[in-house]
Ligand binder design. Sequence first.
Ligand SMILES: Cc1cc2nc3c(=O)[nH]c(=O)nc-3n(C[C@H](O)[C@H](O)[C@H](O)COP(=O)(O)OP(=O)(O)OC[C@H]3O[C@@H](n4cnc5c(N)ncnc54)[C@H](O)[C@@H]3O)c2cc1C
Length: 471
Amino acid sequence: MNKALSLVWLRRDLRLYDHAALFSALQQQGDVQPVFVFDTDILKHFPSKHDRRLSFIAAALCNMHRELQQKGSGMLVLYGSAQELLPKLVQALQAQYVFAAEDYEPAARARDGHVAKKLQGTAQLHCVKDQVIFSPTEILRDGNAPYRVFTPYSRAWRSMLTPASSAPYDMKDNGRYADYAQLVKTADVAGIKTLRCGDEKSILAMVGYEYQPDNLWPISEARKRLSQFIKHHAKAYPQMRDMVAEDGTSRLSPYFRFGLVSVRECVAEALRSGADKWLSELIWREFYATILYHFPESVNLEWNPKYRGTLNWSHNETLFKAWCDGNTGYPMVDAAMRHLKTDGWMHNRARMVVASFLTKHLRIDWRMGEEHFAQWLMDYDMASNVGGWQWAASTGTDAQPYFRVFNPILQSKKFDPDAAYIRKYVPELSELRGDDIHAPWEQNFKLVYPKPVVDHAKARDEALAMFKAVG
Ligand SMILES: Cc1cc2nc3c(=O)[nH]c(=O)nc-3n(C[C@H](O)[C@H](O)[C@H](O)COP(=O)(O)OP(=O)(O)OC[C@H]3O[C@@H](n4cnc5c(N)ncnc54)[C@H](O)[C@@H]3O)c2cc1C
């Protein structure tokens, strides 16, 4: 009799250690085959042939493939619509099980529902918790309603945390559960085209993209960066986390996004080292995943129903372009927006400043800003991005009150006091000294740099008026 076969369908969990779906598959008696699909239903949202996130994914896949080869296995890589291909693959290989990590985004949930339905009667799709400590349905208020405010959610999250919550899945524990020897290598599948996982360049070319080497987020750095952060930066994190020119935060977000680090390991490290403020940020990440799960409409609509269709958002393309290109005349805003296009990343404080500027000073629809970030951020995560944007626009959960509008000049002086960030990304201003660089229009400098596109005080008043009109 043939051995049972389990497929491990990898999506945003591109690592082999402390891996919930792989661990669960290895617990079955039988063979295990890891699978990745370059999903055309997702790729259609990646119009640029040079998208650095696809290069990151390709590098992570090839890295996993090499690790798997050392264990006598390898990745099975497919190209097409995952929700169509997966059931075909299951049938062709006569697999009994498919294990995958739970995904809480609306489109991913619909896709998984579709696959589960198609598999009915032949195999089972098991989605297991992996990217969070507590899934969106685990932390609920009395009466099983989701939390709507971060502080009580965070309190509940912390009170539920036990050592077991962040215990790793020990993949080497072959005495009791997992055994890498079960991993197999399926070379060809009748009727389904598989892609050879040679190197990142060739595999990306096969799906129509160009590989861009990226030395900002090397694949091999993920866990090293975690340990370096815990060792050297975690202690000063509460003081340094807002300083935009400093290396005060972990810069782990792209690794979180694609699952190259395990959240269990990060939480365990935060607890061990007393990095409580940092732990709090990891809880924000789960809070926003929970909000997106329970309020999927917040992707397109203001989370607070009071503001749906009532705020008079602008769609001014000229001002929007000035913001996207970093040409607003406000140095901190422009530095941050240029940073985004250069590195595909932006510091959290800078994200707050530019999002506030777009939605309050320019009164431009937060959805346009959210979409721009979605296009450029290496760490783009729908839950955190929509959550962050709605926070800045004062339309979301725990939103900043609408009457508190960030002053981009004060933010600049406070969080980039030496203007190192501005000098790096806005070289036109690099000769200015002292406070001049934070508000260059105040002196009569001859600069090849735009004048402010709006006046701060006037823009602030107009933003307040827009919200007041709703009542
Ligand atoms: C308008 C706006 C848009 C944002 N869009 C995204 C996004 O698309 N993807 C994304 O991962 N984060 C987003 N954030 C949150 C935050 O800016 C980034 O997570 C953070 O800057 C990543 O840097 P880091 O890894 O050095 O963070 P650290 O400060 O080291 O924090 C560690 C991890 O905690 C999580 N985290 C930290 N802050 C937040 C937060 N405010 N909300 C949710 N999770 C958080 C991230 O996973 C981060 O990697 C957004 C924030 C704003 C204001």
